[in-house]
Design a protein around this ligand. Sequence first.
Ligand code: GLC
Length: 559
Amino acid sequence: MTQNLAGTARPTAAVATPAGAGRGWWRDAVIYQVYPRSFADANGDGMGDLPGVRSRLPYLRDLGVDAVWLSPFYASPQADAGYDVADYRAVDPMFGTLLDADALIRDAHELGLRIIVDLVPNHSSDQHEWFQRALREGPGSPLRERYHFRPGKGEQGELPPNDWESIFGGPAWTRTTDPDGTPGDWYLHLFAPEQPDFNWDSPAVADEFRSILRFWLDMGVDGFRIDVAHGLVKAPGLPDLGTGDQLKLLGSDVMPFFDQDGVHQIYRAWRRILDEYPGQRIAVAEAWTPTVERTAHYVRPDELHQAFNFQYLGTYWDAAELRTVIDSSLAAMRPVGAPATWVLSNHDVTRHVTRFANPPGQGTQMRSPGDRELGLRRARAATLLMLALPGSAYVYQGEELGLPEVTDLPDEVRQDPSFFRASGQDGFRDGCRVPIPWSGTAAPYGFGPHEGGPSWLPQPAEWAGLSVAAQSGDPASTLELYRSALRIRRELSALGAGDELEWLPAPAGVLAFRRGSLVCLVNTTGEPVAHPTEGRLLLGSGPVEPGLLAPDSTSWWAV
Ligand code: GLC
């Protein structure tokens, strides 16, 4: 099933204009997340693909990002939109071929863009060859040791082996049927039943992932985003939690299936592999941990390079809360010498335009469109704040267009597996995954090659006005705001790397800080605030008058 490239693996051409070479390009990189299903569809089947991404690389170069992280495009039955991998060394035909991946990496490098790919080591697809063999061969098969198979509890083994719940809802265990047709052992899946968890105590699993890392490093990728990096190691004996509603504990407690200390030795081994390759190859952890201090463990000097800052993502548009999370993030990263990261949206949460359009306290999944205008104003201001902070920033495709969440998708088009499982993680993640609009007045708005052609999720009619073509050249557009901000960020050495910022006195609801020659002023209130401004205005998320901060706005000043 593994596809082969013609010829043998060889180092890919170096990146043309390495950003921040010498001091760690990743320390202040702006990394753009491409969700391949929904970015650009070259063959017109309604599903985005790698040739589509490749054709849009010049757009990303011109936007001014440093690197592109691609969500999974590997061979997969798509039970969880590709986060269920059946073959880690093959491209799913839906997305193209390994040759397309190779061409994409090469083109990106020629344009000065780096490529980060998603790695899914917590679980495979249930269609992975190992899991299929484990099922076929039955109890006693050595392949079963690569996953968590256990006999059930109860007289007939009819109850799950422990009380763990799936993040997508329901029990984290599914019972198998033995080759002779009788009910057999259970297997663990922290996510969907189609995503059996690997057993990381198995040397075969560890070996396989080291080999997969090398496979993609040899292909020339610049790094990995590690999916569920906090989940690989489970507490010995798989102990019961003793309580239901476990999802509610995820934010505050260390669980027997998440954030176990044993994960760190895996990342130390991976770091040694990354360091063997030239060109500063990196890894970023998707690690959901109870505190930023625990997140910092993943980015100790001999582990991964970055970790997503989900505490920041989960913070509402509120000056005091933002200041607290900014300070605690910088303080947590300082002792380990890793850059802080800042992120507002991704493929798992409601787009921040819509989060900020709604009242606080609703978490990161919501179905109400809220006050769109307010949400966009705050989102634009939040972007200029994020891009002024020290460290690296992540941009999720479409946020540069100010896209809101699509909150009214009909149930029959939804594909998020958690939507179909009771009491899961809300199940509304499709709303941020709708294909993005590029041009034209009719769907799919340039996402696919033909007007009136398909898109795997329907796009709202209003999106014609939000397309790349519609916004390009309009100085008031969100796209041009991002372009300007990223250009200034590249030009101004005060922005980006480092871990220092100096807070300036500011009234309630306002954040003011200096980084070198830049002053950033943020008004999170709905009222104009009189506040001294000095220096030269570089950029504003809204209208700017000297001495007055517009409601829900951020401005950058050169001093
Ligand atoms: C990560 C991914 C999410 C996926 C889950 C299971 O959280 O971001 O999309 O459903 O892992 O792989």
